[in-house]
Design a binder for this molecule. Structure first.
Ligand SMILES: O=C(O)CCC(=O)C(=O)O
Length: 250
């Protein structure tokens, strides 16, 4: 069992989040907590994953290396407990404008050399919630550098709401955007993180990441929350169902 820290964030973090749709929090997890997360992920992949349904993961093109782990909150007690931590939920409550409900614990592993990219997208195309009071805490387990496929966010893009989507054909990220944003990369918010640092992004903030061609893995652990007041938007859900049927995640 991990010892709980008292999480702290800059005083302006809620205002920054409302304005930009993305914020960065240093040392979200301590070094020992990061090490425990890594150990449990390694153990889960080597001991448990083979006995889980194929919906528990997406593999890279080599058909053996894990690209994503999905539904860890269902499949693993340690990760459910991490996602349910009272200090984390207290921190994000003002951002989801209500009582946080843990919706998902997952990974984007971006393994060395073969880690695939993630096309421009808005998470609410997958989550399908209204109002969009839903977010992702993206915690670096490995260092995230400019070279190993950091996540880039278009600041303020959450304010324009959901933009038209199209199936992307990418396994694990089936819904892309009809039009790629014109904001140049050097004007986007790049999530450069040390292990334990985190970004938090709103579910309609546009983001993407490049493939990892380096020798350095770029493992991220994601905690997804919504406010208990959000509801499923049927129109968004229909588009998601069509894209997921065209490109199943597993
Ligand atoms: O980790 C990545 O490269 C992409 C992550 C992502 O799409 C997300 O956090 O919603």
């Amino acid at each position: 069992m991990m010892l709980h820290m008292s999480l702290s964030a800059p005083e302006s973090f809620a205002a920054d989040y409302e304005r930009d749709g993305v914020i960065l929090i240093r040392s979200f997890l301590r070094a020992d907590e990061v090490a425990t997360v890594r150990e449990e992920l390694d153990r889960y992949i080597s001991e448990d994953l083979a006995n889980k349904p194929s919906s528990a993961r997406t593999l890279e093109k080599d058909e053996k290396t894990v690209r994503n782990l999905w539904r860890l909150e269902e499949h693993n007690d340690f990760f459910r407990a991490l996602g349910e931590r009272a200090d984390i939920k207290a921190l994000i409550a003002p951002l989801v404008h209500g009582e946080p409900v843990l919706c998902a614990v997952e990974t984007f592993n971006k393994p060395a050399r073969i880690g695939s990219g993630v096309p421009y997208h808005q998470d609410n195309a997958y989550f399908c919630q209204t109002p969009p009071d839903m977010l992702t805490v993206w915690i670096a387990i490995d260092a995230v550098t400019e070279a190993n496929g950091p996540v880039f966010f278009v600041k303020g893009s959450h304010k324009a709401g959901m933009l038209p989507t199209r199936p992307s054909g990418v396994r694990g990220n089936s819904i892309g955007m009809t039009e790629t944003p014109t904001v140049p990369l050097n004007e986007q918010f790049c999530g450069l993180l040390e292990p334990g640092d985190a970004t938090i992004h709103q579910c309609e903030t546009i983001h993407h990441s490049a493939p990892n061609t380096t020798e350095h893995s770029r493992l991220g652990l994601l905690l997804v929350y919504r406010g208990s007041h959000t509801q499923t938007d049927t129109k968004l859900k229909e588009a998601y169902a069509a894209a997921a049927t065209a490109t199943p995640p597993a």
